[in-house]
Design a protein around this ligand. Sequence first.
Ligand SMILES: [Zn+2]
Length: 446
Amino acid sequence: MDAHNIYWNPFTETLPRERLETFQLEKFKRIFAWAYKRSKFHRNLYDAAGIKPDDIQTFEDIRRVPKVEKAMMRDIQLKDPFPYGDALCVPLEEVTEFRQTSGTTGQPVYQPDTWQDWEWWAEAWSYILYAQGYRNTDRVFIPFGYNIFVAFWAGHYACEKIGCEVVPGGVLNTEARVLKMRELRATAFMATPTYVLGMADTARRKLGIDPARDLHIRRITCAGEPGASIPTTKRRMEEAWGAKVFDHIGATEIGAWSYECLEQPGGLHVNEALFLVEIEDMETGETITEPERPGKMVITAFDRIAQPCVRFDSKDVIQWAKDPCPCGRTFRLIKGGVIGRADDITKVKGVLLAPTAIEEVVRGIPELGNDYEVIVSKRGDVDEITLRIEILEEALGRKDEVLARLKDQLRLKTNLGYKIEFHPYGSLPRYEVKAKRFKDLRKKGH
Ligand SMILES: [Zn+2]
């Protein structure tokens, strides 16, 4: 690969911070004015707070702009103009794409995009894929059931934009997908971490194919779950496929806003040319600018026009990294990706519990399968965490030793005790898109 050509956009990705921030402020003003003028929903929200487009002159002014929550978007939909409601900033005739959120946290939210928005999605994904080494010599297989969820749709179009050859693996089942990858010598693919591991498992057990030995995959891009930023899960995927695994984070209502680069510095770059990311303290709401202090992400997409994303309260918990990335990009890094969801990071027995910490432990023990479930419940007045895991058949004779190691590691990493349930290999639920591994029975709605 050409070492001098590592950036998709050499201009924006290396802009000095000061110029980048000036650029961001201008872009924020533009999208804010657009939303204010075109969307009744946004105008009502901003009028109620007494903020008009001319009031935005500094980053401090931006912080006074009211946030938009997912629940607000839910309330306006199915109203005029049907089905999106009055946050729509363009005539309905200009909408060319319908998508909806996965609904893992309640009623799905509809997302309209114009053709311009759709090109913007592909552009955002081009930054990601190019930074991860995708070039026009790649043949990319997309093992995804193309549907109303955005998932890898934009990844598909970005591959074409870069010049890769794309093989859509739509309605094929897992075995057929693996066989097609082998037949065509695909060099890369995209999937959720759960499915990356599940495919390798199916290949080995049902087809006798060892993906690391028998296929030609060099790189894999993940999305949808934090796994590719959890070192032990990343290692499992890389060993199973003999490939480099990269993370990216995006969301239907936001866009594809961050990516891991070839340097893999233990974090992801925020695409600061296309997005403004702010981090807020979860209790005080104060803006966090210092590194390694987790808070809730508030995000703005500068160029999305049909249904704008302006200071969206994403509930993703992230933290800035301390050091810049050796790749030379001036886009800041978030350390360790998304650490959790503000709703999932919960106190158990008074201790803050992040589900990603449990995954890191489970996937670090080779005798355990990839799948697991965490259930937080109450017994009398006491919180109880049950961890359901699968033990591999070949390790059944060493169950007690595995259990002791698991308990030690969990205590060390999360400072909590667990009720452990071993289940036979293959008996816990498998997921193709987003895994639902964490249940808090103390909250309603579960
Ligand atoms: Zn980098």
